[in-house]
Design a protein around this ligand. Structure first.
Ligand SMILES: Nc1ncnc2c1ncn2[C@@H]1O[C@H](COP(=O)(O)OP(=O)(O)OP(=O)(O)O)[C@@H](O)[C@H]1O
Ligand SMILES: [Mg+2]
Length: 314
């Protein structure tokens, strides 16, 4: 059972089965407020009600989408894309959760925040969900990754049953509060990547425009198909070419190959832009660091494409 403190509005997870019938009140661990609690079957009272999903800030239809940004190959722009897509959607008025499932923990660094808890603590249940979420920007929350996720991978690997659903089980109680959940994945292919693909419905693949990436894309597509056999709602929705450089002939050629293969799923490319590589050093998104740069323009276009609304961020 989830109850909300009527004073500070924070949520608390309570195991009803361990709660004695005599307990009629609770004390909020965040603000210290004491309040009466109600249970299913209780008559209407002043008591705190079970949590209702918070309405989205954005006035339109609530998309509630879960998108993984993934490709086994390293250094193709997964984290840059996750951070700037999530931040752009938040700027556009959506409530966004960015989940970093990488042991490198770079999403927090890119956003210039140092959360005390993150995805590991949420998945191990050591810390209640509310304290694992770091509010990185207005309407943008982060579940940070980091080295401690290695322990989570071992925990998943040891499970005999439904190990692939561990992330889904951990995130489902909180993700209803967000319009978008964007999940950044680590390079490679491991139990956590599989968990991510069982959690999301959509996959966005950033592909750097070089021959090796196409090879990586084909391999990843095969692995994706093997998960789709068990998770029918999973769809490859977007292929985003990254590091596009018009001056490099190869860039244009690979872009044409991608067009032929992925047609409507292919998004306009993200150009090579040195501002994108500088922004993380200042803990800033591209919109904050260089709002007029080609990198900011390209990521705004991607936000509009993913949200399906060309009027956003204009
Ligand atoms: N379009 C771009 N133009 C210039 N530099 C970029 C661009 N996109 C990303 N970078 C830089 O390239 C490097 C790799 O990007 P990023 O960390 O996003 O890749 P990744 O796929 O997440 O890597 P990993 O697989 O290690 O997690 C970073 O230093 C980033 O700042
Ligand atoms: Mg990364």
């Amino acid at each position: 059972m989830i109850i909300i403190c009527p004073s500070c509005n924070r949520q608390h997870k309570v195991d009803e089965t361990r709660l004695s019938e005599k307990v009629k009140a609770a004390k909020c661990v965040f603000c210290g407020h004491r309040f009466p609690i109600s249970r299913p079957g209780d008559t209407e009272s002043e008591a705190a009600k079970p949590a209702e999903v918070v309405q989205p800030v954005h006035g339109k239809e609530w998309p509630r989408r879960r998108i993984a940004v993934s490709l086994s190959k390293g250094g193709v722009g997964k984290t840059t894309t996750s951070v700037n897509l999530a931040a752009g959607l938040a700027l556009a008025g959506f409530k966004v959760l960015l989940v970093d499932t990488d042991t490198q923990g770079q999403a927090a660094y890119m956003l210039g925040v140092k959360p005390k808890a993150g995805l590991t603590e949420l998945m191990t249940g050591e810390v209640i969900a509310e304290q694992c979420l770091a509010e990185a920007r207005e309407r943008l929350w982060l579940l940070a990754g980091g080295r401690s996720l290695a322990g989570v991978k071992r925990l998943i690997a040891r499970k005999d049953f439904r190990g692939e659903m561990t992330l889904t089980e951990a995130l489902t109680p909180i993700d209803g509060r967000f319009d978008y959940v964007i999940v950044d994945t680590s390079p490679g292919w491991d139990v956590l990547t599989i968990n991510v693909l069982f959690y999301v419905q959509e996959v966005l693949i950033p592909v750097s425009l070089e021959v090796m990436s196409i090879q990586g894309l084909l391999e990843f597509s095969r692995s994706l198909a093997s998960v789709q056999n068990y998770h029918k709602d999973l769809a490859l929705k977007y292929v985003v070419p990254t590091f596009f450089d018009k001056r490099v002939k190869q860039s244009e050629e690979i872009l044409n190959q991608l067009k032929a293969h992925y047609n409507s799923r292919l998004c306009p490319p993200i150009r090579y832009n040195v501002r994108l590589s500088e922004a993380p050093g200042y803990g800033k998104t591209i919109y904050e660091y260089a709002p007029g740069s080609p990198g900011a323009k390209d990521y705004r276009d991607l936000v509009r494409r993913v949200a399906g609304d060309q009027t956003l961020l204009s």
